[in-house]
Design a protein around this ligand. Sequence first.
Ligand SMILES: Cc1cc2nc3c(=O)[nH]c(=O)nc-3n(C[C@H](O)[C@H](O)[C@H](O)COP(=O)(O)O)c2cc1C
Length: 420
Amino acid sequence: MADLRIDLAGIKSPNPFWLASAPPTNSGYQVQRAFEAGWGGAVWKTLGEPILNVSSRFAAVSFNGQRVAGFNNIELITDRPLEVNLQEILETKKRFPNHAIIASLMVEPKQEKWHEIVKKVEAVGVDGLELNFGCPHGMAERGMGSASGQVPELVERQTHWVKEVARTPVIVKLTPNITDITMTAEAAVRGGADAISMINTINSLAGVDLDSWNTVPHVGGKGAHGGYCGPAVKPIALNMVAECARNRFVNVPISGIGGISNWQDAAEFMLMGATGVQVCTAAMHHGFSIVEDMIDGLNNYLDDKGIASVMDLVGQSVQRYSNWGDLDLNYNIVAEINNDVCINCNKCHIACEDTSHQCIDMYTESGRPMLKVREVDCVGCNLCAIVCPVDGAISMVERRSTIPPMTWNERQSLISNFSR
Ligand SMILES: Cc1cc2nc3c(=O)[nH]c(=O)nc-3n(C[C@H](O)[C@H](O)[C@H](O)COP(=O)(O)O)c2cc1C
């Protein structure tokens, strides 16, 4: 059995699976049940000044039969009194001393407010702090959450204020509602962050009801933008983690969040530089017990690969993520159709004919319809393999080029040297 323990900026947990700050971590009752189920850590539902929530507040996007492909919410931070949360954190930490409990915090951008709340939560024994500069709705209108998180100077300054008094590691949770997340990640590091986490939710409107013309969700006939999460956001989150992981100025551990639903998602985030992961929507959809499969799956994967510790997975793919200009222009793959497996639905032919490079020919052999790729015209775009409904019917295969590798950057520098 591989060692699943992680150490994220000094925060230790028995496995890399934490619950993200959200409804699943709203109370001691829930967090304790989550730890019993196997979760290694929990970021408590964001603490701050008491708020009022609206009803209703969630909506989901189902796509092609998949329930909750995306999830949208207009919920704010905790609506429970700070003292109650603090008491429950204390009790939970006492019962589960080896599990990670991180307090998520959001207050007005004032030094004394940050100092006050940091001291209060650290007094009840949290293992770390997560600064919520990410929630895009409700609190943002009051100058908190993503309103702070979109301004690098505010991220840096507030992180610095927290670091003035914090004794536990400080994770800064970033908003994806920004053009370049490395700008705010760098600001967090300049402010002294021990780690960063991403992503919080993405500005969204889940839908419009075609009968009532109300937004989904709506509050008595009115709607407001919410935050999007769940499986649909995973590629966006993974790219943001990867961009931060390969940025030399963001030299702190990353806690990966966004659309993580199983061990494979978690392993991908860790390969792309996350030291551990946080999960919200998948737990809300399927319950705490999904962590059992996550732990088993990750364990088996590491054993199969002969990897002794999950920490050895962290960042292994980062070097392979680069800029477009560093890709080899002479690398070549083409589609190959296996007519023994093909069911002749012709989806590949239609896709290629209508929207790609018109290189899949139809012909008949012994009265049977067949498809063949004209390799000279195939650009290796993958579209036919993507739309093909049958596993193994289309493979993308490498065609060795006789031309040596050449990136666009190399090409440009050759051209500029030549023209000098
Ligand atoms: C209903 C709901 C409430 C949330 N509340 C918070 C919150 O209080 N603090 C916070 O930092 N993030 C909050 N989030 C964001 C999650 O922590 C997480 O960043 C986001 O949902 C992406 O992860 P997922 O795709 O696994 O859901 C909330 C998300 C949802 C769905």
